[in-house]
Design a protein around this ligand. Sequence first.
Ligand SMILES: NC(=O)C1=CN([C@@H]2O[C@H](COP(=O)(O)OP(=O)(O)OC[C@H]3O[C@@H](n4cnc5c(N)ncnc54)[C@H](O)[C@@H]3O)[C@@H](O)[C@H]2O)C=CC1
Ligand SMILES: O=C(O)[C@H]1O[C@H](OP(=O)(O)OP(=O)(O)OC[C@H]2O[C@@H](n3ccc(=O)[nH]c3=O)[C@H](O)[C@@H]2O)[C@H](O)[C@@H](O)[C@@H]1O
Length: 467
Amino acid sequence: MRSTEALKVAVVGTGYVGMGTAVMLASLGYDVVGVDIDERKVEMLRRGELPIYEPGLEDLLRASAERLRWTSDYAAAIPEADVIFICVGTPPMAGGAPNLQYVAEAAQSVARHLNGKLQVVVNKSTVPVGTGDWVSRLLEEHAENYHANRYVVVSNPEFLREGTALHDSLYPDRIVLGSDRPQGIARMRELYAPLLDQTFTPPACAPRPEGYTVPELVTTSLSSAEMIKYAANAFLALKISFANEIAGLCECVNADILEVTYGIGFDRRIGHRFLAAGAGWGGSCFGKDTSALISTGGEYGYAMPILEAAIQINQRQRHLVVNKLQRHLPRLQGKRVAVLGLAFKPNTDDLRDAPAHDCIARLTALGAKVRVHDPVALAAARREWSHLKYDEAQSVEEALRGADAVLVMTEWPEYCALDWDVALSGMRNALVIDTRNVIRTRPRYGTVEQIGRRPTLMGAAPLEASA
Ligand SMILES: NC(=O)C1=CN([C@@H]2O[C@H](COP(=O)(O)OP(=O)(O)OC[C@H]3O[C@@H](n4cnc5c(N)ncnc54)[C@H](O)[C@@H]3O)[C@@H](O)[C@H]2O)C=CC1
Ligand SMILES: O=C(O)[C@H]1O[C@H](OP(=O)(O)OP(=O)(O)OC[C@H]2O[C@@H](n3ccc(=O)[nH]c3=O)[C@H](O)[C@@H]2O)[C@H](O)[C@@H](O)[C@@H]1O
């Protein structure tokens, strides 16, 4: 790995984005200080423990430990940094607009420790257009060491996915840099030079994927970069809602959504990715960012009906899950329902806006007894879903034992690999609502309902494995 010791980096906020950024830059050879106001997180990180679950991240954290420091003290990080990333949360408020309080607090704390030399403050949090300018003003107002033109604000939106945060940080499709000042872009080009160099040797524990070529560097104005982030997430959310809308029609006309999306995806203008029909999107960003765009539109009296429809379809998908169950078990009072998967997607223990939450809440409201399993998210659910009523199972077998139905809510690899003939044998009633279409070889008996596919009914002859 080449040495890139010249630039020093501070990363403010150590959530998914901050962790991904800090560990990625340390593994490129930079000295990085991570700053978080959550002292519990800082202590964990100092002990080499991860506050988030992500396969492989711990290895890289250990491998780059000598270049990483963690602190809750801005004074120990900001004055010496050439580049300061702001990666704090921007959660949604009631009307859909993002809460920028954490960004404001972080900017003010950064301002108080600026060193009066050229420093680049990079916004990686997802923020509405105009926030970069506002951060600039906050720096100016709160800087104790203020020198005009001595700091530059750059927007560098993040496109990583949870569960693959590190891989996505090291191997992005593109790097977007928005600034109205050329010094900011120049320093960021220097920082990201290793990622833009095809001959760069990546860390041994995160090898370059087969066929990967260096990312496109997209430089724009500050406001365009801010908009690119929202437009990208909104488009991905639309794509999923489109697949879900077509899936519903497939069920009406007896077509199969897997065959349909397989067929349309070969058109390079469409592609196969993000067309998986299911329980709909969850997580911390698609819902928040689509609502934020609509809210921005509202400030200008500009309606965004396509995004409104995408959100409605997503809500309908969640309802569909329990509705499908009710078709077979019209009265859920006293029935035992197993739920496989709590996290909003596999390879994470993040429960934010997870479809499983709404389904469990509705099932219990209808009187069902719910038993849940998740390979990693049970502990997080104990902390965050204490308002929900369910029992925990430590294995899939335990979850299914004696159940009247099972809902598959997350496509964890272990659920995809289940032998359903064996799994169903422990249930009182062999009914599966497979909301992620993980069952490709249908079991020999039982009832399997999927999304956008023909159901297999109790006692039916086995279907051929689908593509
Ligand atoms: N989670 C994801 O996969 C992605 C998130 N984003 C965006 O990145 C931003 C951060 O998201 P996450 O990493 O998920 O957030 P998170 O909520 O997991 O973590 C934010 C961290 O910032 C810390 N923090 C809050 N105020 C602070 C302050 N004043 N000083 C220092 N630390 C402070 C919190 O203690 C927390 O550890 C959001 O705007 C999000 O929309 C963008 C791409 C991907
Ligand atoms: O801004 C963000 O936070 C991030 O949001 C998403 O990443 P993430 O939420 O981690 O996860 P995705 O893999 O995109 O999945 C989001 C949701 O969509 C669902 N999904 C995804 C793909 C699909 O085809 N169908 C589908 O229902 C997943 O189950 C999950 O609930 C984007 O993919 C990232 O590029 C972006 O940086």
